[in-house]
Design a protein around this ligand. Structure first.
Ligand code: AMP
Length: 578
């Protein structure tokens, strides 16, 4: 197995990718056959009467579309220690905990070695294409990655977030070395028990190895922005540590102190260089480029719910290009970025037909005749350009026809494999009666309204929303954390603009007749979203996979409490008053 990643050969990886995408239809049939044959002993499949058939049509006829909810009884048995062949022939011994920040609570999904293989496959493919355009020499990566705690379930299975399961695999470091993407921080920092201390050490390692850093990355872009916001607060301590060769007392975990003592040496010259660079910056513009003169790009997932952080990320990156990484989930990988020169806003993810079996449920948005009729899913090579679909995945880790809950749009084909744009999560965010607003609608409204803040050189640090139906009529509440203090006048304008920017006909018509009340903008104290992040980490999420929940459900009492306790100002829209 090891030679596969050690002998990384860029041309060969690209050649293989060309081959499988040219024959995507056949590769999909093969992949499905292999998954079904490998798991023919699984109780779940045996009960569905496939009787050894592995062709797509029989699969479609016998196996139902499912969500996580339907699989929960099976997954719970595994968590409780049932080691029979439940979803896979070879019993599952590890679980991934999905971040759950989009749906309120983390959920368990099966993890196995085959998923690790697909992870390496995806990383290799995107690296080969990325390195063609932005070659990196041997060096290091400043990667803000964190392993969450791995724990045992009631029945003794190992469990951790999917990224944790990847980082903990003994082959991970070897694979990253082969991809010239070795993290500049020691393992103890990645596996440290305290996220704040690990982040501080990541930043310190980045500075110590600043000339060797070839790129700056994290799994999701939020984490990079969060790291450099923290840098703004702690840079003086970091510089002092380098000047004196003594680690700040804020790092108390012995394993971290021990690991850092091996690389931190007094270097007044470096400390002066860093200090001079920072003093020369205007409002932190170009910080990443300035600190890491040999960095070629900034890398991480930058689409979907990460788009709101792009502006800030560009500000920190200066002239360095932003490259979005791959598309996947704790449940399994889907697609890779083989067009690294495209900006994240127009990123395309090309499906790897050999890593899973994919189906696509057409979306009939806006076509009310179809709303209650579930359209038939189509296969990978039958999708149409311009059409939006919900993704259904079948993975080598025991998920069969699993609705992932993501909506993508087909933008074109790479050979015969579709290239996707990530559109949004499928669940509706804001709805009170006939109105329907998604996370994308909310994002657009926030972007529009925050233009008023930009005039005052302020920005929205983070945002979320919920519906308040405690009084009739119910209304939308949008919660903002802002980078400084804005005037009452500007915030009232932002509030009206938010209300006007939800252009869904169900919303505007309901607002006009007051079936939905005036939108409320609540501004929360600095640090509120950090508290939300910490709440999720406490639940077992990893910072690496954190996504701010864009809509807080009424059952999410803790997050609602954090938001309510930190409100500094409330504004009610007058946009529909006349
Ligand atoms: P997790 O729950 O942490 O496994 O997160 C998986 C989810 O993150 C996916 O179902 C998507 O909604 C989102 N996601 C993952 N990769 C991307 C990407 N490249 N672009 C946009 N969203 C993504």
């Amino acid at each position: 197995m090891l030679e596969k990643v050690e002998g990384f050969n860029m041309e060969k990886v690209i050649e293989e990718f060309e081959e499988v995408t040219k024959d995507a239809g056949r590769v999909q049939i093969e992949t499905l056959r292999k998954i079904l044959e490998d798991n023919s002993e699984a109780e779940y499949l045996q009960n569905l009467g496939l009787n050894g058939r592995t062709d797509p049509q029989s699969f479609k006829n016998c196996v139902p579309l499912v969500t996580h909810k339907e699989l929960e009884p099976y997954i719970n048995r595994m968590i409780d220690g049932d080691l029979s062949s439940i979803l896979t022939s070879k019993p599952i011994t590890t679980m991934s905990l999905s971040s759950g920040t989009t749906q309120g609570k983390p959920k368990f999904v099966p993890w196995n070695d085959e998923l690790f293989e697909t992870t390496v496959q995806i990383y290799k493919t995107s690296f080969a294409f990325r390195n063609k355009e932005f070659p990196i020499t041997s060096g290091k990566a400043l990667s803000f990655i964190y392993s969450s705690k791995q724990f045992k379930t009631k029945g003794g299975l190992a469990a951790g977030t999917a990224t944790t399961n990847v980082f903990r695999n003994s082959r991970y470091t070897v694979a990253m070395q082969a991809l010239k993407s070795q993290c500049c921080s020691p393992e103890e920092v990645i596996f440290g028990p305290d996220f704040h201390q690990s982040l501080y050490c990541h930043l310190l390692c980045g500075l110590i190895f600043c000339d060797e850093v070839q790129f700056v990355s994290s799994t999701f872009a939020h984490s990079i922005v969060h790291s450099f916001r923290t840098f703004e607060q702690v840079w003086e301590d970091l510089v002092a540590d380098i000047r004196d060769g003594v680690l700040s007392e804020r790092v108390t975990v012995p394993s971290l102190r021990n690991a850092m003592s091996k690389i931190l040496k007094s270097d007044p010259n470096l400390a002066n260089i860093i200090q001079t660079k920072i003093m020369g910056l205007s409002n932190w513009y170009g910080l990443i480029q300035e600190l890491f003169p040999n960095a070629k790009y900034v890398y991480g997932i930058m689409t979907g719910s990460m788009e709101p952080y792009l502006k800030k990320l560009r500000h920190y990156a200066g002239d360095l290009p932003l490259l979005t990484s791959d598309y996947g989930s704790s449940e399994g990988w889907i697609a890779t970025n083989v067009n690294p020169t495209l900006p994240p806003e127009s990123a395309l993810y090309t499906v790897l037909p050999q890593i899973g079996y994919f189906e696509f449920i057409p979306q009939n948005k806006g076509d009310s005749d179809f709303i209650d009729v579930e359209p038939e899913p189509v296969g990978l090579t039958q999708v149409k350009v311009g059409q939006e679909y919900e993704i259904v995945i079948t993975t080598p880790a025991g998920l069969y026809r699993y609705r992932l809950g993501d909506i993508v749009k087909v933008m074109g084909f790479y050979n015969s494999s579709p290239q996707l744009k990530f559109v949004r999560r499928s669940s509706l965010l804001l709805t009170i009666n006939i109105d329907k607003n998604t996370e994308k609608d909310l994002q657009l409204a926030v972007e529009e309204a925050s233009k008023f803040l930009a005039e005052e050189k302020l920005e929205v640090v983070d945002y979320t929303s919920y519906v308040d139906v405690s009084k009739d009529p119910g209304h939308y509440v949008i919660v903002w954390e802002i980078s400084g203090e804005a005037s009452e006048e500007v915030l009232s304008e932002c509030c009206n603009c938010l209300d006007k920017s939800f252009v869904d006909a169900g919303y505007t018509s309901s607002r006009k007749v007051n079936c939905i009340g005036a939108l409320e903008l609540r501004v929360v104290r600095h640090g509120t979203f950090q508290k939300i992040l910490e709440h999720y980490i406490g639940l077992g999420s990893a910072v690496s996979q954190f996504k701010t929940p864009r809509c807080v459900g009424s059952n999410n009492a803790k997050v609602l409490q954090i938001l309510n306790e930190n409100v500094v100002n409330k504004y009610i829209s007058s946009a529909f008053n006349n």
